[in-house]
Structure formats: C-alpha cells, structure tokens
Design a protein around this ligand. Structure first.
Ligand code: GAR
Length: 195
C-alpha cells in the first residue's frame, strides 16, 4: 500500500506514520511522498531526514480545484493508494475526494463531531468538557467530517492548561493514527485475499 501524506505545518503525525512504516509496524506499506501546501512547513525537513520524497505545492492564487488537481496528479504519478492528511489545513474539493474514494483519512484533535475546525483542543477546553480526545476519520468535502474510523478519549486533569491538554491529546494522536492505519491496511489485504 503506497501512502501519500499531506501536511501544512509541524508534521509530528506524519513523522509518527513514517517511523511506524520504517519500524515494520505497518507491513507492506510505504510512504512514497509527503506534500505540503506551505514551503516553510517544519514537517518537510522531518520527512527528508527520514528519506521520504517531499513536494511543496502552494495554492499561489489558483482556484482550489486547480491546486487540488496538481496535488492529485502528483499523488497518482507516484502510485499513491491511500492519502493521509496530517495537519493539512485545507478543505479538499469534491474532485480530490472522488479521485481517491474512501482512501483519504484525517486526524483531528477532538471527539468529532464535537469541536471541528481550528483550535479544537481550545474549543473543548473553553467548553469545560471533562473528556475530549482525538479522531481518525474518512475525509469528505466538509470540514473535519466523514465516517469515524477510531476515536480515543483524553481526560482533562485538574490544573490542565490548553497546552498540557493539547500535548496529551497529541501523544494519543500519534498512536491512534497508526492503529487506524493497521486496521485499514489489514482490511484491504483481507479484501484482496478474498477477491
Ligand atoms: C494535529 O493536532 C492534528 O490533529 C490537527 O493539526 C495538528 C497537526 O500537528 N489537525 C486538525 O486540526 C485538522 N482539522 P502535526 O503537524 O504535528 O501532525
């Protein structure tokens, strides 16, 4: 299974996926490309350090469809079969979603459908909920929306700040993403075996 990862920033989830693949936790998977829509994304260096090809494809005043078409072409040229969004802060156009049916997944730092959008951890913190968490879900054209694959709860502790709570959620994100990928990849290989 050839994986392509889309990022916009730090890339810690991206690094966790690459490290899991390289460490043999996701057999028969390869991360073939990391694409960022931002040239200054810190995750680009992390991908290069790990020997993964990186591309910067910026929007540069083009329409969302034109930008997405270039990304889809780059993914298809490299034989990408599964697209992982990892802190990719853009909505995908319908044609992008249709180019990889049920093969685009995302991670979000809340228990969706609660707190979609930016600063989900702060939204949960400000709402005063005692339990929040993270979600891996299939991607559709809507913001942080689509069928849920896996979720994990993270409890707010006494004395937590948004920063300490976010850090504990992020730690769980890194392992939840790998667990979701393991389930998906084994589902695909079961399907291939029975086809
Ligand atoms: C992560 O917390 C991820 O869940 C979130 O952005 C952060 C990216 O960090 N994504 C969203 O909020 C998507 N709506 P990372 O670049 O270190 O993986």
């Amino acid at each position: 299974m050839n994986i392509g990862i889309l990022i916009s920033g730090r890339g810690s989830n991206m690094a966790a996926i690459i490290d899991a693949v390289m460490g043999g936790e996701l057999p028969d998977c390869e991360v073939v490309v990391v694409i960022s829509d931002k040239s200054d994304a810190a995750g680009l260096a992390k991908a290069r350090e790990r020997g993964v090809e990186t591309l910067v494809i910026e929007r540069r005043g083009r329409t969302r469809e034109e930008h997405d078409a270039e990304i889809v072409a780059a993914l298809k040229e490299r034989g990408v079969e599964l697209v992982c969004l990892a802190g990719y802060m853009r909505l995908l156009s319908p044609s992008f979603v249709q180019a990889f049916p049920n093969k685009i997944i995302n991670i979000h730092p809340s228990l969706l459908p609660a707190f979609p959008g930016l600063d989900a951890q702060k939204q949960a913190f400000d709402a005063g909920v005692e339990i929040t968490g993270c979600t891996v879900h299939y991607v559709d054209e809507l913001l942080d929306h689509g069928p849920v694959i896996l979720q994990r709860q993270v409890r707010r502790l006494p004395g937590d700040t948004v920063e300490t709570l976010s850090a504990r959620i992020l730690e769980q994100e890194h392992t939840l993403y790998i667990e979701a990928l393991r389930i998906l990849v084994s589902t695909y290989s079961d399907g291939a075996a029975s086809a």
